[in-house]
Ligand binder design. Structure first.
Ligand code: ADP
Ligand code: ZN
Length: 430
């Protein structure tokens, strides 16, 4: 049930002792990097000044832009000969940044994933199909070594060739599938087309992008699984940092390996449990690339302590990152809210694309939505009725008028990795 009970269930003074010891080590490690030498000097703090966990608030934040400026190896704290692997971010919001790992980092990362997968009841009796990209993206190799460490039978299917993926699930008796939620949805769609029952499948672990509660229900019923949310980012090794336990009410964030703060993104002030803000993470066990107070841009909140499973610290599922948030005529919209609305309506599928234009100085949001095959009669009056219904439901949830175009089933792009559903065509006009 536990992979590392001592670390996973540590509380109070014991947890503080572990975190403080590791924080001191991390600040020392960071002070080997030119960027941090300057930052620490500016803040007037030396590694030896860290005497309590509260001292973390004296440390400067690190931003994605800092990492971009350090491209490619400016954030390495060890000589390159000690780096055994590099990965890069997906580059969702700009130029990808590089992360490096020592052999010890790779081992610690694998353990975190082993802890995640053990937490949800997977063991050496399971067959784990890893349908995430292998390569520079951290998802594929990250999960691969964690699952292998447990002793599961790993099927390194990577992404793509979807019909073959379905055959593999059936032929190899796959019990757990790991992918992005958007690719899992596509797998469900293709399995249905093929008439594949996927009888052995019982667990799905999905992450790397936001997905709604309704998407979870949809995936669970169509794939016949229990679905778990998996959160991480390249700067924290990759996936594995936050993961749902069997309660599926918030994600455990491994408190022995990451120090978590939630801040008000505008003021940088620290927020308490139950207050939504930006997640700031100080990894406590990264050797090759330590980071101090890294601003993730992801929006979430801390839960009050305590979970029925006995483990510590939890955060809420992530709605999106602050830069995913669209501001349309002054109203904040997350693409995951659109997904949530569409999934509640039987007439349409879950596939959509959002286009944003500025027309006569006004933001206009147009959403292409795929019809559900069963409702696709082609009758104009039906289409008008459905279009009005979707527009009305979106207006109610988003508080915003949108234009909805219904399109034929199967015509919008499908995604193997992270979905890209928003095309912002607004140009700044001065
Ligand atoms: P990039 O930032 O270029 O996409 P990564 O591949 O490292 O690079 O992706 C990390 C980001 O993916 C996170 O900061 C977060 O925005 C998103 N993400 C990862 N897992 C989840 C999840 N379970 N829910 C919502 N967003 C997620
Ligand atoms: Zn729990």
């Amino acid at each position: 049930m536990f992979w590392n009970r001592e670390m996973e269930t540590a509380t109070g003074a014991e947890l503080e002792r572990i975190q403080l010891k590791r924080l001191k080590w991390t600040v020392k490690q960071a002070s080997k990097i030119g960027f941090y030498q300057k930052q620490l000097a500016k803040a007037g703090i030396a590694p030896d000044d860290i005497a309590s966990l509260d001292d973390i608030e004296r440390l400067p934040f690190t931003k994605k832009q800092d990492l971009r400026e350090g491209y490619p190896f400016g954030f390495l704290a060890v000589p390159k000969r000690e780096v055994v692997r590099i990965h890069t971010t997906s580059g969702t919001t700009g130029k990808p940044t590089v992360v490096g790992y020592t052999r010890g980092d790779i081992e610690r990362w694998a353990e975190l994933i082993a802890r995640d997968l053990t937490m949800i009841g997977l063991s050496e009796d399971d067959v784990f199909q890893n349908a995430l990209g292998y390569g520079l993206f951290t998802g594929g190799l990250g999960f691969h070594y964690g699952a292998e460490l447990i002793g599961m039978t790993v099927v390194p299917s990577a992404t793509g060739n979807t019909r073959r993926q379905i055959e593999m699930i059936e032929d190899f008796g796959v019990t757990a599938i790991n992918s992005t939620p958007s690719y899992a949805m596509h797998l469900a769609e293709v399995a249905e087309e093929m008439g594949a029952g996927l009888e052995t499948l019982r667990v799905g672990t999905f992450g790397a992008e936001p997905w709604s509660g309704s998407m979870r229900k949809e995936l669970e019923s169509r794939l016949g699984i229990t679905a778990y949310d998996s959160y991480g980012m390249s700067e924290m090794f990759g996936p594995g940092a936050g993961f749902e336990c069997q309660e599926r009410d918030g994600l455990h964030f491994w408190h022995d390996s990451y120090y978590v703060e939630i801040i008000d993104p505008a003021t940088g002030e620290r927020l308490g449990p139950g207050e939504r803000g930006e997640l700031v993470v100080t990894p406590l066990v990264k050797e090759a690339m330590p980071l101090l107070r890294y601003r993730t841009g992801d929006i979430t909140m801390l839960y009050e302590d305590g979970c029925a499973c006995g483990r510590g610290q939890k955060i809420a599922r992530i709605m999106g990152r602050s830069d995913d948030m669209l501001v349309i005529r002054g109203i904040n919209v997350f693409p995951s809210q659109i997904e949530h609305v569409l999934l509640a309506m039987p007439e349409v599928g879950e596939q959509f694309m959002v286009y944003i234009d500025r027309i006569h100085h006004l933001d206009e949001m147009t959403i292409d939505v795929e019809m559900n095959r069963d409702y696709f009669s082609g009758e104009l009056k039906d289409l008008d009725r459905i279009q009005a219904k979707v527009t009305g439901a979106l207006r109610e949830t988003l508080g915003l008028r949108t234009r909805v175009n219904l399109v034929e089933p199967g015509t919008l792009p499908r995604f193997e990795g992270k979905a890209r559903r928003v095309v912002d065509r607004r140009k700044e006009v001065w």
